[in-house]
Design a protein around this ligand. Structure first.
Ligand code: ZN
Length: 272
């Protein structure tokens, strides 16, 4: 039997298993915060999440707040939370299509939330409004004009944020940077097409993927590690599970650095 990767001297896995940290910053590009009606999270407050993130060596968590997504909190309040943890939290401005006036106001505020606001968050499947629907348009145009990231919840089988509709919008807005949350889970063919048939403006995000063996290897094989971003959905999943999953994958240490650190810096700069 071959030596497990975390026992192989000099590997990133060995470093992480031994020290609980890596010698470079990790960026978690898909998080949330706050309680949720469907599940109890012990660790959902800014304070408890911060403690956990720092322990795992995560430099920034880019997140959207559950209460914003559910429509009972405004993005301005999230910016205030970020200000209390300026070195750690970055926010996606949550776009709730049911409230067009709020969208207008929030986009007008975007610049005032610098450097905390880094992009937008869409959850088409939650609202059962296809990403191609007119109600998303003002936010799509805004991101396209400013070359901003949009983290979109995507799922392979969804008619609202699955392969065909995501391909349509990613081609229609070639300057917006689409982070495909969950990498179009299950529809790997479209995940690959999204990366290859667009204007270099699509990245696959790994939330929910490290829990299954061989999916990371398969995605790296299909699109290359430069197009893959690390994310956990914290507090839904754990940082150590996510980082451990990437480090355990049968890909090179260089690929792992790309996924956990470099790609985020390439997209957003070294000091975001
Ligand atoms: Zn999520």
């Amino acid at each position: 039997m071959s030596t497990p990767i975390w026992k192989q001297p000099g590997t990133l896995a060995e470093q992480f298993w031994k020290n609980g940290k890596l010698d470079f910053p990790v960026y978690d590009m898909h998080g949330h915060m706050g309680s949720h009606y469907a599940i109890h999270f012990y660790r959902h407050t800014p304070e408890l999440m911060a403690e956990h993130l720092r322990k795992a060596g995560v430099k920034h968590l880019a997140f959207s707040h559950h209460h914003v997504i559910m429509g009972d909190m405004r993005n301005a309040a999230v910016a205030e939370i970020c200000k209390r943890f300026p070195d750690l939290y970055r926010m996606y401005v949550g776009i709730v299509p049911a409230f067009p006036e709020n969208i207008k106001e929030d986009l007008a505020m975007f610049d005032q939330w610098t450097p905390y606001a880094i992009g937008l968050k869409f959850l088409p499947d939650y609202y059962r409004i296809p990403v191609t629907d007119k109600r998303w348009e003002p936010a799509l145009k805004f991101a396209d004009e400013r070359k901003l990231p949009i983290l979109v919840h995507t799922w392979g089988s969804s008619q609202y944020d699955g392969g065909p509709v995501m391909l349509e919008v990613a081609q229609k807005y070639p300057n917006a940077k689409f982070f495909l949350g969950h990498s179009l889970y299950g529809n790997w063919e479209y995940a690959e097409r999204l990366v290859k048939e667009t204007n270099n403006n699509v990245w696959l995000e790994l939330t929910a993927i490290p829990g299954e063996r061989k999916n990371i290897e398969m995605l790296v094989e299909k699109v290359g590690s430069e197009r893959i971003l690390f994310g956990t959905d914290l507090p839904w999943f754990d940082e150590f599970q996510g980082i451990g999953g990437v480090l355990s994958a049968d890909i090179s240490d260089d690929d792992k650095r790309n996924i956990l650190c470099r790609n985020a810096e390439t997209i957003l700069g070294k000091d975001w």
